[in-house]
Design a protein. Structure first.
Length: 94
């Protein structure tokens, strides 16, 4: 199993935009072949901070997720300065 832990940090005043964007990815990602889990969390002390926990069958399933148009759309949103993608850990579950 392939696990991804990501942190997203919304720019000032953009947390609602980022929340909408990331929330829209939940059903899309969960429906992808090889996706076992996809959860989004918002910081209790800082509503601009978001965490994603994702599980895929293997790296190939994760790579397919990253190649999908919805994922590319999320990455494009970063280019218009809605958020900062600051931490990403990729681990293999043992």
């Amino acid at each position: 199993m392939f696990v991804i832990i990501a942190q997203w940090y919304a720019k000032e005043g953009r947390q609602d935009d980022v929340k909408t964007l990331l929330t829209s990815m939940i059903p899309i990602s969960r429906a992808e072949p090889g996706c076992r889990a996809y959860f989004m969390h918002q910081g209790a002390d800082d509503p601009r901070k978001f965490f994603l926990y994702e599980q895929f069958d293997d790296k190939a399933a994760f790579d397919a997720h990253c190649a999908s148009q919805p994922f590319k759309d999320v990455k494009r949103a970063q280019d218009v300065q809605r958020y900062r993608y600051s931490v990403r850990e990729i681990v293999q579950l043992m």
